[in-house]
Design a protein around this ligand. Sequence first.
Ligand code: HEM
Length: 455
Amino acid sequence: MATAAEITATLPKKPSNKVSHIPGDNGPPIVGYTFHFLKDFHGLVNKMAARYGNVFRYRAIMQDVITLLGPDANEFVLKDADHNFSSKLAWDVVLEELFPNGLMLRDFDNHKLHRKILQGAFKKNVMEGYVERMSQLFDVALPHWKTDQEIHFFDNIKKLLLDSGAQLFLGVKMGREAEKVNEAFIAAVDASLAVVRIPIPGNTWWKGLRGRRYLEKFIGNLVAQKRASNGNDFFTQICHAKGDDGEVLNDREVIDHMIFLLFAAHDTTTSTLTSIVYRLAKHPEWQQKLRDEFNSIGVEHLNYDDLEKMEQTSLVFREVLRMHPPLPTIPRRAIRDIEFNGYKIPKNAAVGVVPLHTHYMPEYWTNPYKFDPERFTPERAEHKKHFYQWVPFGGGHHKCLGLNFAEIQSKVFLYHFLRRFEVSVKPGYEMPFQIVPLAVPKDGFPCTLKAAQKH
Ligand code: HEM
Protein backbone atom coordinates (compact mmCIF):
# COMPACT_ATOMS: atom_id res chain seq x y z
CA MET A 1 0.00 0.00 0.00
CA ALA A 2 1.26 3.47 -0.88
CA THR A 3 2.40 5.60 2.05
CA ALA A 4 0.82 9.00 2.78
CA ALA A 5 3.93 10.70 1.39
CA GLU A 6 3.77 8.67 -1.83
CA ILE A 7 0.09 9.51 -2.34
CA THR A 8 0.76 13.20 -1.68
CA ALA A 9 3.53 13.21 -4.29
CA THR A 10 1.04 12.09 -6.96
CA LEU A 11 -1.49 14.86 -6.29
CA PRO A 12 -1.68 17.96 -8.51
CA LYS A 13 -0.79 21.35 -7.06
CA LYS A 14 -4.29 22.65 -7.57
CA PRO A 15 -7.03 21.29 -5.31
CA SER A 16 -10.04 19.46 -6.71
CA ASN A 17 -13.26 21.41 -7.23
CA LYS A 18 -15.44 18.27 -7.30
CA VAL A 19 -17.18 19.10 -4.06
CA SER A 20 -20.69 20.06 -5.15
CA HIS A 21 -22.24 17.27 -3.02
CA ILE A 22 -21.21 19.19 0.13
CA PRO A 23 -23.81 21.74 1.35
CA GLY A 24 -22.84 25.26 0.34
CA ASP A 25 -22.66 27.47 -2.72
CA ASN A 26 -20.19 29.25 -4.95
CA GLY A 27 -21.33 32.76 -4.16
CA PRO A 28 -21.35 35.56 -6.76
CA PRO A 29 -20.35 34.56 -10.31
CA ILE A 30 -16.61 34.29 -11.17
CA VAL A 31 -15.21 35.83 -7.97
CA GLY A 32 -17.25 33.65 -5.62
CA TYR A 33 -16.91 34.74 -2.00
CA THR A 34 -13.40 36.19 -2.47
CA PHE A 35 -14.53 39.66 -1.43
CA HIS A 36 -16.33 38.39 1.69
CA PHE A 37 -13.36 36.15 2.51
CA LEU A 38 -10.95 39.06 2.42
CA LYS A 39 -13.17 41.72 3.99
CA ASP A 40 -15.20 39.85 6.59
CA PHE A 41 -14.05 36.28 7.05
CA HIS A 42 -15.73 35.83 10.42
CA GLY A 43 -19.04 37.11 9.03
CA LEU A 44 -18.76 34.82 6.00
CA VAL A 45 -18.18 31.73 8.15
CA ASN A 46 -21.01 32.64 10.53
CA LYS A 47 -23.39 33.20 7.63
CA MET A 48 -22.49 29.93 5.91
CA ALA A 49 -22.70 28.01 9.21
CA ALA A 50 -26.16 29.45 9.91
CA ARG A 51 -27.31 28.48 6.42
CA TYR A 52 -25.62 25.09 5.97
CA GLY A 53 -24.41 23.83 9.35
CA ASN A 54 -20.94 22.89 10.55
CA VAL A 55 -19.76 21.32 7.29
CA PHE A 56 -20.02 23.49 4.19
CA ARG A 57 -18.18 24.58 1.08
CA TYR A 58 -17.58 28.02 -0.38
CA ARG A 59 -15.56 29.35 -3.28
CA ALA A 60 -12.94 32.08 -2.79
CA ILE A 61 -9.74 32.97 -4.64
CA MET A 62 -10.60 30.38 -7.31
CA GLN A 63 -10.65 27.54 -4.76
CA ASP A 64 -13.53 25.52 -3.37
CA VAL A 65 -12.86 24.97 0.31
CA ILE A 66 -14.65 22.44 2.48
CA THR A 67 -14.92 24.03 5.90
CA LEU A 68 -15.29 21.88 9.00
CA LEU A 69 -16.32 23.71 12.15
CA GLY A 70 -16.02 22.97 15.85
CA PRO A 71 -13.61 21.23 18.20
CA ASP A 72 -14.32 17.71 16.85
CA ALA A 73 -13.48 18.91 13.35
CA ASN A 74 -10.30 20.58 14.64
CA GLU A 75 -9.28 17.32 16.23
CA PHE A 76 -10.12 15.27 13.15
CA VAL A 77 -8.10 17.49 10.83
CA LEU A 78 -5.23 18.68 13.02
CA LYS A 79 -4.57 15.56 15.05
CA ASP A 80 -4.94 13.59 11.85
CA ALA A 81 -4.26 10.23 13.44
CA ASP A 82 -4.64 8.44 10.08
CA HIS A 83 -2.52 10.78 7.96
CA ASN A 84 -5.42 11.90 5.80
CA PHE A 85 -4.31 15.49 5.35
CA SER A 86 -1.34 17.23 3.79
CA SER A 87 -0.16 20.52 5.24
CA LYS A 88 2.45 20.93 2.52
CA LEU A 89 0.01 20.88 -0.41
CA ALA A 90 -2.22 23.43 1.33
CA TRP A 91 0.54 25.86 2.31
CA ASP A 92 2.59 25.42 -0.88
CA VAL A 93 -0.13 27.28 -2.79
CA VAL A 94 0.76 30.47 -0.92
CA LEU A 95 4.27 30.00 0.40
CA GLU A 96 6.27 27.58 -1.74
CA GLU A 97 8.36 30.07 -3.69
CA LEU A 98 9.07 32.49 -0.86
CA PHE A 99 9.31 30.23 2.17
CA PRO A 100 10.03 26.78 0.75
CA ASN A 101 10.65 23.69 2.88
CA GLY A 102 9.64 25.28 6.18
CA LEU A 103 8.10 22.89 8.71
CA MET A 104 4.52 23.65 7.68
CA LEU A 105 5.52 22.81 4.11
CA ARG A 106 6.59 19.29 5.03
CA ASP A 107 4.48 16.24 5.77
CA PHE A 108 4.50 12.94 7.59
CA ASP A 109 7.88 11.19 8.22
CA ASN A 110 9.93 13.93 6.64
CA HIS A 111 8.12 16.55 8.74
CA LYS A 112 8.56 14.48 11.89
CA LEU A 113 12.28 14.18 11.35
CA HIS A 114 12.78 17.91 10.78
CA ARG A 115 10.47 18.90 13.61
CA LYS A 116 12.42 16.70 16.00
CA ILE A 117 15.66 18.38 15.00
CA LEU A 118 14.25 21.90 15.25
CA GLN A 119 12.76 21.20 18.67
CA GLY A 120 16.34 21.26 19.95
CA ALA A 121 16.39 25.01 19.32
CA PHE A 122 13.32 25.56 21.54
CA LYS A 123 14.52 23.84 24.73
CA LYS A 124 13.87 25.44 28.10
CA ASN A 125 17.47 26.45 28.70
CA VAL A 126 17.54 28.23 25.33
CA MET A 127 14.29 30.03 26.15
CA GLU A 128 15.73 31.12 29.50
CA GLY A 129 18.53 32.90 27.67
CA TYR A 130 16.03 34.84 25.58
CA VAL A 131 14.22 36.34 28.55
CA GLU A 132 17.19 38.35 29.68
CA ARG A 133 18.11 39.51 26.20
CA MET A 134 14.57 40.50 25.27
CA SER A 135 14.26 42.33 28.53
CA GLN A 136 17.34 44.41 27.73
CA LEU A 137 16.25 45.10 24.15
CA PHE A 138 12.79 46.31 25.13
CA ASP A 139 14.16 48.37 27.97
CA VAL A 140 16.44 50.24 25.60
CA ALA A 141 13.81 50.75 22.88
CA LEU A 142 10.69 51.73 24.82
CA PRO A 143 11.94 55.07 26.23
CA HIS A 144 12.00 56.30 22.60
CA TRP A 145 8.26 55.74 22.10
CA LYS A 146 6.37 59.02 21.99
CA THR A 147 4.06 59.98 24.84
CA ASP A 148 1.15 62.43 25.18
CA GLN A 149 0.28 62.29 21.48
CA GLU A 150 -1.46 59.78 19.29
CA ILE A 151 0.79 57.01 17.97
CA HIS A 152 0.12 54.01 15.75
CA PHE A 153 0.89 51.13 18.05
CA PHE A 154 1.02 48.57 15.25
CA ASP A 155 3.85 50.38 13.42
CA ASN A 156 5.84 50.75 16.61
CA ILE A 157 5.54 47.13 17.70
CA LYS A 158 6.26 45.85 14.21
CA LYS A 159 9.51 47.79 14.08
CA LEU A 160 10.49 46.78 17.60
CA LEU A 161 9.88 43.08 16.96
CA LEU A 162 11.71 43.23 13.64
CA ASP A 163 14.75 44.81 15.23
CA SER A 164 14.76 42.49 18.21
CA GLY A 165 14.04 39.51 15.93
CA ALA A 166 17.16 40.25 13.87
CA GLN A 167 19.19 40.00 17.06
CA LEU A 168 17.39 37.14 18.79
CA PHE A 169 16.92 34.97 15.73
CA LEU A 170 19.97 35.75 13.66
CA GLY A 171 22.34 37.17 16.22
CA VAL A 172 22.81 40.23 13.95
CA LYS A 173 23.85 43.48 15.61
CA MET A 174 21.67 46.50 14.99
CA GLY A 175 22.56 49.02 12.32
CA ARG A 176 22.59 49.17 8.54
CA GLU A 177 22.92 45.41 8.17
CA ALA A 178 19.88 44.65 10.34
CA GLU A 179 17.89 47.23 8.38
CA LYS A 180 18.73 45.55 5.09
CA VAL A 181 17.75 42.16 6.51
CA ASN A 182 14.46 43.60 7.74
CA GLU A 183 13.70 45.22 4.39
CA ALA A 184 14.38 41.96 2.55
CA PHE A 185 12.22 40.08 5.01
CA ILE A 186 9.29 42.49 4.73
CA ALA A 187 9.47 42.33 0.93
CA ALA A 188 9.24 38.52 1.06
CA VAL A 189 6.32 38.60 3.52
CA ASP A 190 4.44 41.20 1.47
CA ALA A 191 4.93 39.12 -1.65
CA SER A 192 3.32 36.09 -0.01
CA LEU A 193 0.02 37.97 -0.41
CA ALA A 194 0.65 39.07 -3.99
CA VAL A 195 -2.06 38.24 -6.48
CA VAL A 196 0.20 38.76 -9.51
CA ARG A 197 2.93 36.15 -9.21
CA ILE A 198 4.99 37.05 -12.23
CA PRO A 199 8.19 39.00 -11.52
CA ILE A 200 8.10 42.38 -13.24
CA PRO A 201 10.89 44.71 -12.07
CA GLY A 202 9.52 46.82 -9.25
CA ASN A 203 6.38 44.80 -8.54
CA THR A 204 5.63 43.13 -5.20
CA TRP A 205 6.45 39.62 -6.40
CA TRP A 206 9.76 40.71 -7.91
CA LYS A 207 10.71 42.53 -4.70
CA GLY A 208 9.70 39.48 -2.66
CA LEU A 209 11.87 37.11 -4.68
CA ARG A 210 14.75 39.57 -4.49
CA GLY A 211 14.23 39.80 -0.71
CA ARG A 212 14.27 36.01 -0.44
CA ARG A 213 17.54 35.81 -2.40
CA TYR A 214 19.11 38.46 -0.16
CA LEU A 215 18.11 36.54 2.98
CA GLU A 216 19.43 33.29 1.54
CA LYS A 217 22.76 34.89 0.78
CA PHE A 218 22.98 36.69 4.08
CA ILE A 219 22.14 33.64 6.15
CA GLY A 220 24.15 31.30 3.91
CA ASN A 221 27.28 33.41 4.43
CA LEU A 222 26.96 33.05 8.18
CA VAL A 223 26.28 29.31 8.47
CA ALA A 224 29.91 28.22 8.78
CA GLN A 225 30.59 30.84 11.45
CA LYS A 226 27.46 29.85 13.39
CA ARG A 227 28.33 26.17 13.24
CA ALA A 228 31.65 27.00 14.88
CA SER A 229 30.16 29.24 17.56
CA ASN A 230 28.16 28.59 20.69
CA GLY A 231 25.83 31.62 20.70
CA ASN A 232 22.32 31.25 22.06
CA ASP A 233 20.41 32.78 19.15
CA PHE A 234 18.02 30.53 17.17
CA PHE A 235 20.41 30.47 14.21
CA THR A 236 23.28 28.94 16.20
CA GLN A 237 20.89 26.55 17.93
CA ILE A 238 19.52 25.33 14.63
CA CYS A 239 23.01 24.80 13.23
CA HIS A 240 23.79 22.56 16.21
CA ALA A 241 20.42 20.83 16.68
CA LYS A 242 20.53 17.05 16.24
CA GLY A 243 17.99 14.32 15.45
CA ASP A 244 17.71 10.95 17.19
CA ASP A 245 20.55 9.51 15.14
CA GLY A 246 22.81 12.48 15.73
CA GLU A 247 22.19 13.98 12.28
CA VAL A 248 22.41 17.75 11.82
CA LEU A 249 20.77 19.86 9.12
CA ASN A 250 22.75 20.66 5.98
CA ASP A 251 23.39 24.30 4.99
CA ARG A 252 20.42 24.50 2.60
CA GLU A 253 18.07 23.14 5.26
CA VAL A 254 19.40 25.57 7.85
CA ILE A 255 18.75 28.49 5.48
CA ASP A 256 15.22 27.35 4.62
CA HIS A 257 14.25 26.71 8.24
CA MET A 258 15.71 30.00 9.45
CA ILE A 259 13.83 32.07 6.88
CA PHE A 260 10.63 30.17 7.62
CA LEU A 261 11.05 30.69 11.38
CA LEU A 262 11.39 34.43 10.92
CA PHE A 263 8.20 34.33 8.89
CA ALA A 264 6.25 32.11 11.32
CA ALA A 265 7.29 34.22 14.30
CA HIS A 266 7.06 37.78 13.16
CA ASP A 267 3.57 38.65 12.03
CA THR A 268 1.92 36.33 14.54
CA THR A 269 3.57 37.95 17.55
CA THR A 270 3.04 41.44 16.13
CA SER A 271 -0.65 40.63 15.75
CA THR A 272 -0.89 39.17 19.26
CA LEU A 273 0.75 42.09 21.04
CA THR A 274 -1.35 44.58 19.11
CA SER A 275 -4.56 42.78 20.10
CA ILE A 276 -3.44 42.48 23.73
CA VAL A 277 -2.61 46.17 24.05
CA TYR A 278 -5.88 47.06 22.30
CA ARG A 279 -7.88 45.02 24.81
CA LEU A 280 -5.92 46.49 27.72
CA ALA A 281 -6.54 50.01 26.43
CA LYS A 282 -10.26 49.22 26.35
CA HIS A 283 -10.13 47.66 29.82
CA PRO A 284 -8.06 49.93 32.08
CA GLU A 285 -9.00 47.76 35.08
CA TRP A 286 -7.10 44.85 33.51
CA GLN A 287 -4.27 47.13 32.55
CA GLN A 288 -3.93 48.09 36.19
CA LYS A 289 -4.18 44.46 37.36
CA LEU A 290 -1.23 43.56 35.14
CA ARG A 291 0.72 46.63 36.21
CA ASP A 292 0.19 45.65 39.85
CA GLU A 293 1.33 42.12 39.08
CA PHE A 294 4.48 43.47 37.41
CA ASN A 295 5.20 45.99 40.15
CA SER A 296 5.04 43.24 42.72
CA ILE A 297 7.79 41.43 40.79
CA GLY A 298 9.57 44.75 40.58
CA VAL A 299 12.97 43.70 39.16
CA GLU A 300 14.92 45.72 36.60
CA HIS A 301 15.53 42.74 34.30
CA LEU A 302 13.33 39.69 34.30
CA ASN A 303 14.45 36.12 34.45
CA TYR A 304 12.58 33.01 33.38
CA ASP A 305 11.20 32.21 36.83
CA ASP A 306 9.63 35.67 37.11
CA LEU A 307 7.37 34.79 34.17
CA GLU A 308 5.80 31.97 36.17
CA LYS A 309 4.52 34.57 38.62
CA MET A 310 2.53 36.40 35.93
CA GLU A 311 -0.76 34.59 36.39
CA GLN A 312 -3.04 37.49 35.46
CA THR A 313 -0.96 38.14 32.37
CA SER A 314 -1.35 34.49 31.34
CA LEU A 315 -5.13 34.87 31.58
CA VAL A 316 -5.07 37.94 29.35
CA PHE A 317 -2.74 36.25 26.85
CA ARG A 318 -5.13 33.31 26.51
CA GLU A 319 -8.26 35.42 26.30
CA VAL A 320 -6.84 37.68 23.61
CA LEU A 321 -5.71 34.68 21.56
CA ARG A 322 -9.21 33.30 21.93
CA MET A 323 -10.83 36.49 20.66
CA HIS A 324 -8.24 37.35 18.05
CA PRO A 325 -6.28 34.27 16.94
CA PRO A 326 -3.69 35.64 14.49
CA LEU A 327 -4.39 32.75 12.10
CA PRO A 328 -8.18 32.65 11.77
CA THR A 329 -8.19 29.53 9.63
CA ILE A 330 -5.81 26.61 9.06
CA PRO A 331 -5.74 24.97 5.63
CA ARG A 332 -5.12 21.34 4.67
CA ARG A 333 -5.54 19.13 1.58
CA ALA A 334 -7.26 15.72 1.82
CA ILE A 335 -4.96 13.09 0.37
CA ARG A 336 -7.59 10.32 0.19
CA ASP A 337 -11.36 9.98 0.10
CA ILE A 338 -12.47 10.31 3.70
CA GLU A 339 -15.60 10.83 5.70
CA PHE A 340 -16.40 13.27 8.48
CA ASN A 341 -19.79 13.17 10.27
CA GLY A 342 -21.34 11.42 7.28
CA TYR A 343 -19.94 13.89 4.70
CA LYS A 344 -17.67 12.53 1.99
CA ILE A 345 -14.53 14.58 1.57
CA PRO A 346 -12.96 13.70 -1.77
CA LYS A 347 -9.27 13.12 -2.37
CA ASN A 348 -7.41 16.37 -3.15
CA ALA A 349 -10.15 18.64 -1.76
CA ALA A 350 -9.02 21.84 0.00
CA VAL A 351 -10.16 21.64 3.62
CA GLY A 352 -10.13 24.35 6.29
CA VAL A 353 -10.71 24.43 10.02
CA VAL A 354 -11.47 27.75 11.69
CA PRO A 355 -10.05 28.48 15.16
CA LEU A 356 -11.74 31.90 15.05
CA HIS A 357 -15.19 30.31 14.78
CA THR A 358 -14.51 27.68 17.44
CA HIS A 359 -13.39 30.42 19.83
CA TYR A 360 -16.83 32.04 19.71
CA MET A 361 -19.05 28.95 19.91
CA PRO A 362 -21.60 29.57 22.67
CA GLU A 363 -21.62 25.84 23.48
CA TYR A 364 -18.09 26.25 24.79
CA TRP A 365 -17.76 29.87 25.90
CA THR A 366 -20.11 31.97 28.02
CA ASN A 367 -20.72 35.36 26.51
CA PRO A 368 -18.09 34.76 23.82
CA TYR A 369 -17.96 38.37 22.58
CA LYS A 370 -17.08 39.63 26.04
CA PHE A 371 -13.43 40.16 27.06
CA ASP A 372 -13.33 38.00 30.15
CA PRO A 373 -9.85 36.64 30.98
CA GLU A 374 -11.14 34.93 34.12
CA ARG A 375 -12.89 32.31 32.04
CA PHE A 376 -9.43 30.67 31.98
CA THR A 377 -8.96 30.56 35.78
CA PRO A 378 -8.74 27.09 37.37
CA GLU A 379 -12.09 27.75 39.07
CA ARG A 380 -13.97 28.45 35.84
CA ALA A 381 -11.74 26.60 33.35
CA GLU A 382 -14.11 27.13 30.44
CA HIS A 383 -11.42 26.05 28.04
CA LYS A 384 -11.31 22.53 29.43
CA LYS A 385 -14.48 21.13 27.87
CA HIS A 386 -12.71 19.92 24.76
CA PHE A 387 -8.98 19.64 24.05
CA TYR A 388 -9.49 21.27 20.64
CA GLN A 389 -11.73 24.20 21.60
CA TRP A 390 -8.87 26.71 22.14
CA VAL A 391 -6.57 26.35 19.17
CA PRO A 392 -4.76 29.61 18.38
CA PHE A 393 -1.58 27.56 18.00
CA GLY A 394 -3.22 24.78 16.00
CA GLY A 395 -2.76 21.24 17.30
CA GLY A 396 -1.46 17.81 16.47
CA HIS A 397 1.53 17.19 14.21
CA HIS A 398 1.99 20.83 13.20
CA LYS A 399 1.16 22.53 16.49
CA CYS A 400 3.09 25.77 16.73
CA LEU A 401 6.69 25.20 17.73
CA GLY A 402 7.06 28.78 18.96
CA LEU A 403 4.15 28.90 21.40
CA ASN A 404 6.33 29.22 24.48
CA PHE A 405 8.53 31.76 22.80
CA ALA A 406 5.43 33.79 21.86
CA GLU A 407 4.17 33.80 25.45
CA ILE A 408 7.57 34.68 26.85
CA GLN A 409 8.00 37.52 24.40
CA SER A 410 4.53 38.88 25.13
CA LYS A 411 5.11 38.80 28.88
CA VAL A 412 8.51 40.43 28.70
CA PHE A 413 7.19 43.15 26.42
CA LEU A 414 4.14 43.85 28.59
CA TYR A 415 6.29 43.96 31.71
CA HIS A 416 8.38 46.80 30.34
CA PHE A 417 5.57 48.49 28.47
CA LEU A 418 3.00 48.68 31.25
CA ARG A 419 5.46 49.64 33.97
CA ARG A 420 6.46 52.55 31.78
CA PHE A 421 3.19 53.60 30.11
CA GLU A 422 -0.55 53.87 30.53
CA VAL A 423 -2.26 53.28 27.23
CA SER A 424 -5.64 54.69 26.24
CA VAL A 425 -7.91 54.96 23.22
CA LYS A 426 -10.57 57.50 22.29
CA PRO A 427 -13.97 56.85 23.92
CA GLY A 428 -15.98 54.30 21.96
CA TYR A 429 -12.99 53.28 19.80
CA GLU A 430 -13.29 49.80 18.27
CA MET A 431 -10.26 48.51 16.38
CA PRO A 432 -11.16 47.53 12.82
CA PHE A 433 -9.59 44.12 12.21
CA GLN A 434 -8.43 42.81 8.90
CA ILE A 435 -8.85 39.11 9.62
CA VAL A 436 -7.21 37.28 6.72
CA PRO A 437 -4.57 36.24 6.17
CA LEU A 438 -3.67 37.45 9.65
CA ALA A 439 -5.55 39.45 12.28
CA VAL A 440 -4.14 42.99 12.12
CA PRO A 441 -5.63 46.47 12.58
CA LYS A 442 -6.75 48.23 9.42
CA ASP A 443 -5.98 51.60 10.99
CA GLY A 444 -2.60 50.88 12.63
CA PHE A 445 -4.31 51.04 16.06
CA PRO A 446 -4.17 54.71 17.11
CA CYS A 447 -3.70 55.11 20.85
CA THR A 448 -2.02 57.42 23.34
CA LEU A 449 0.68 56.58 25.85
CA LYS A 450 1.38 58.54 28.97
CA ALA A 451 3.96 57.90 31.65
CA ALA A 452 2.66 55.42 34.21
CA GLN A 453 2.76 56.47 37.83
CA LYS A 454 5.84 55.13 39.56
CA HIS A 455 5.44 52.83 42.54
C1 HEM B 1 1.13 34.13 19.23
C2 HEM B 1 1.97 33.85 18.26
C3 HEM B 1 1.82 32.67 17.35
C4 HEM B 1 0.69 32.07 16.89
C5 HEM B 1 -0.75 32.43 17.18
C6 HEM B 1 1.11 30.96 16.04
C7 HEM B 1 0.25 30.11 15.40
C8 HEM B 1 0.65 28.98 14.70
C9 HEM B 1 -0.25 28.01 14.12
C10 HEM B 1 -1.77 28.09 14.13
C11 HEM B 1 0.50 27.05 13.57
C12 HEM B 1 -0.01 25.77 12.89
C13 HEM B 1 -0.22 25.96 11.41
C14 HEM B 1 -0.74 24.69 10.76
O1 HEM B 1 -1.09 23.72 11.45
O2 HEM B 1 -0.84 24.68 9.54
C15 HEM B 1 1.89 27.40 13.77
C16 HEM B 1 2.95 26.64 13.33
C17 HEM B 1 4.27 27.01 13.53
N1 HEM B 1 4.75 28.09 14.25
FE1 HEM B 1 3.62 29.44 15.22
N2 HEM B 1 2.49 30.93 16.01
C18 HEM B 1 2.95 31.94 16.80
C19 HEM B 1 4.28 32.25 17.05
C20 HEM B 1 5.36 31.53 16.58
C21 HEM B 1 6.72 31.85 16.89
C22 HEM B 1 7.18 32.98 17.80
C23 HEM B 1 7.50 30.92 16.25
C24 HEM B 1 8.99 30.75 16.23
C25 HEM B 1 9.80 31.27 17.13
C26 HEM B 1 6.59 30.02 15.54
C27 HEM B 1 6.98 28.96 14.79
C28 HEM B 1 6.12 28.06 14.21
C29 HEM B 1 6.56 26.91 13.42
C30 HEM B 1 8.00 26.52 13.13
C31 HEM B 1 5.40 26.26 12.99
C32 HEM B 1 5.31 25.01 12.13
C33 HEM B 1 5.19 23.79 12.99
C34 HEM B 1 5.07 22.52 12.17
O3 HEM B 1 4.63 22.57 11.01
O4 HEM B 1 5.42 21.46 12.70
N3 HEM B 1 5.31 30.43 15.77
N4 HEM B 1 1.94 28.57 14.48
